[in-house]
Design a protein around this ligand. Structure first.
Ligand SMILES: NC(=O)c1ccc[n+]([C@@H]2O[C@H](COP(=O)([O-])OP(=O)(O)OC[C@H]3O[C@@H](n4cnc5c(N)ncnc54)[C@H](OP(=O)(O)O)[C@@H]3O)[C@@H](O)[C@H]2O)c1
Length: 250
């Protein structure tokens, strides 16, 4: 396996269940990890303290993806601190449960909030980090999308659309930024984070039963896919990599 020693990775949404697992897996593979946080600074600090220090020191960094100024500051901080960024993981994302036929509950504010975080946020982060990534001889962007992009089943219809937009961006940007930067989506199925564990138990069990592999994704399995793109799938760009236990084929 190609190790990530000497590489610097920046993860947005790193304080969430999946983001934390990604930081851990990247650190274990040797990367220095910059843990991007929005509202959870203390949690970010705790995560950094618990990351394995295989390839060097990690640190936290404020990065609100809906605020381009904070993203430019984040890129500057990483440039000043490490003078490089090789891997960017766009993991920040939000949603809210709204029944797909309840269009009144899906008001304009909620639509704008989801799209500005899940879609514009990813583009803005890539825009801010492109100069730094372009200086790497092995640059990679991983967008954490979702199975919902393909199935149009998920927490609400705009969340599904936001992840479809993200996958589409992966393909456009993979073409536009080649050969300097590879761009890949990792698309999880429902993942067993604290968030999902707190949901209605019969519903969760139903979702497991509807998955051919008979369970939900572990955050660590999503993280392993991100690391695999960096360490093994070195000739892959513009691809959407599912981590969904085969849910769409059921
Ligand atoms: N869990 C699943 O079943 C599942 C399935 C498929 C795809 N996904 C995707 O995987 C990603 C992570 O999901 P998760 O389950 O780990 O979510 P989560 O636990 O709810 O974490 C969400 C993360 O997004 C960050 N965030 C929210 N708004 C932000 C903003 N404006 N700027 C920067 N960061 C912001 C939060 O940071 P703060 O805490 O610092 O505010 C937090 O770290 C998301 O993109 C999600 O759509 C999740």
């Amino acid at each position: 396996m190609k190790q990530l020693n000497q590489k610097v990775a920046f993860v947005t949404g790193a304080t969430g269940g999946i983001g934390q697992a990604i930081c851990h897996a990247l650190a274990l593979a040797g990367a220095k990890v910059v843990v991007g946080y929005n509202s959870s600074k203390e949690k970010a600090q705790l995560i950094v303290e618990q990351l394995p220090k295989v390839g060097g020191e990690h640190q936290i960094c404020f990065a609100k993806v809906t605020d381009s100024n904070s993203l430019n500051q984040a890129a500057k901080l990483i440039d000043d601190q490490y003078a490089r960024c090789d891997i960017l993981v766009n993991c920040a994302g939000i949603t809210q449960f709204v029944a797909h036929d309840d269009l009144d509950a899906l008001d304009d504010t909620l639509i704008d909030t989801i799209l500005s975080t899940n879609v514009r946020g990813a583009i803005a982060t890539i825009r801010a980090f492109k100069p730094l990534l372009s200086r790497s001889d092995d640059a990679l962007i991983v967008n954490i999308s979702s199975i919902a992009a393909r199935t149009a089943m998920g927490s609400n219809i705009i969340y599904c659309a936001s992840k479809a937009a993200l996958d589409n961006l992966t393909i456009s940007l993979a073409r536009a930024l080649a050969p300097t930067i590879r761009v890949v989506s990792v698309a999880p199925g429902l993942s067993d984070t604290e968030f999902v564990k707190g949901l209605d138990q019969p519903w969760r069990e139903q979702q497991s039963a509807l998955t051919p592999l008979g369970r939900l994704a572990l955050p660590e399995e999503v993280a392993d896919a991100v690391v695999a793109v960096a360490t093994h799938l070195t000739f892959t760009t513009g691809a959407i990599i599912p981590v969904d236990g085969g849910r769409p084929i059921r």
